[in-house]
Design a protein around this ligand. Structure first.
Ligand code: 5GP
Ligand code: MN
Length: 317
């Protein structure tokens, strides 16, 4: 466990970042850490740099703390990398590398050794937000900080349902509720609610999904033209792969979208038999046993051919 207050007490400038294409846990963990450090150390500069987030998060309390410029202080005394290893920090990687002291808080098995001078990496944890909670002095937590952590946990556990949800996760959620925030609205606004365009693209992806390997695998792909037609980007397609995974009989689901010509962002989900973090790692990606991702060049068929060899090996092994 890290003593956050001790690690930061000598610093003047503190930076925080999470992974590219930030999701709910990435936003919740970094935002709660930022709000907390600003409260504990009002005299210090605490910057939070993340790439633009989905519209669904725009009403989250304190979200204005997030800066998309990646232009901060000349130098950071402490820099936090949260919810990923430094290879997924995007523009923040240079800030992290240049910092005096680096701290990594993560729960990805693919980053189990950590990338900081100081590391708190627990692959068993439901979310990076849960790990941030571990490190906070409860005396400084308020409704805003609690809501951000709660949101992160909700997103990475699929509202407390994925197998990464532990009794500890539930106890933390219960403690957070005591701070008093509208958890029901937070879940609806940031997790459940979809725009009309998101509904349309989900429908299209499900309609065109294909079962293979005797129904044990399913995939769906959205090319760039289709993304333009429905006016959606990657952030709008979160949730599709989880829905595919819930198809009866399916062990492993693949969803991909073409974010550059012949370059696919691939999301993998498993019911537990296939370790998709291992599959993603073969293609330079990573993640968790049941949820992972990577980027692969080629046509849809190339991508499926490449992935299915490794998935089939595990299903038969
Ligand atoms: P998603 O499919 O929702 O984008 O990601 C599933 C999980 O895999 C998340 O925990 C995410 O952080 C991780 N992940 C997704 N893409 C990549 C990638 O390209 N590299 C690594 N290391 N992890 C990824
Ligand atoms: Mn996470």
């Amino acid at each position: 466990m890290i003593d956050l207050i001790k690690e930061c007490s000598a610093a003047q400038n503190i930076g925080i970042s999470g992974h590219i294409r930030p999701d709910g846990d990435c936003i919740g963990s970094t935002l709660s850490l930022c709000l907390y450090l600003r409260k504990v150390f009002p005299e210090k500069r605490v910057d939070l740099f993340l790439e633009p987030y989905a519209e669904a998060f725009q009403d989250v309390e304190g979200i204005d703390a997030i800066d998309h410029s990646f232009q901060g202080a000349d130098h950071y005394d402490v820099y936090f990398c949260v919810d990923c290893g430094k290879d997924r920090l995007g523009d923040a990687e240079a800030l992290f590398d240049a910092a005096e002291k680096t701290i990594n808080i993560d729960h990805h098995i693919s980053n189990k050794n950590g990338c900081g001078d100081v590391n708190y990496v627990e692959p068993e944890a439901s979310s990076a937000s849960e790990l941030v909670f571990d490190l906070l002095d409860p005396g400084y937590i308020d409704a805003k900080i609690a809501a951000a952590i709660y949101m992160g946990i909700v997103h990475d556990t699929g509202i407390f349902q994925y197998s990464s949800t532990s009794p500890k996760t539930m106890r933390i959620a219960a403690q957070l509720m005591e701070y008093g925030f509208d958890f029901s609205q937070l879940i609806d606004k940031t997790f459940n609610e979809k725009t009309y365009h998101q509904d349309q693209i989900m429908g299209r992806a499900l309609l065109e999904s294909i079962l293979f390997m005797d129904g044990r695998c399913i995939f769906s792909a959205i090319d760039h033209k289709t993304m333009e037609f429905y006016d959606v980007c990657g952030k709008d397609m979160e949730g599709i792969v989880s829905r595919l995974r819930e198809t009866k009989g399916v062990e492993c689901a693949i969803f991909m979208y073409e974010y550059e010509p012949l370059t696919y962002k691939v999301s993998l989900r498993s019911c537990g038999k296939v370790d998709v973090a291992k599959v993603a790692a073969i293609f330079g990606g990573g993640g968790h046993v049941r949820a992972a991702g990577c980027t692969i060049n080629g046509t849809v068929h190339d991508v499926i051919n490449n992935l299915s060899v490794h998935i089939e090996k595990q299903l038969e092994g």
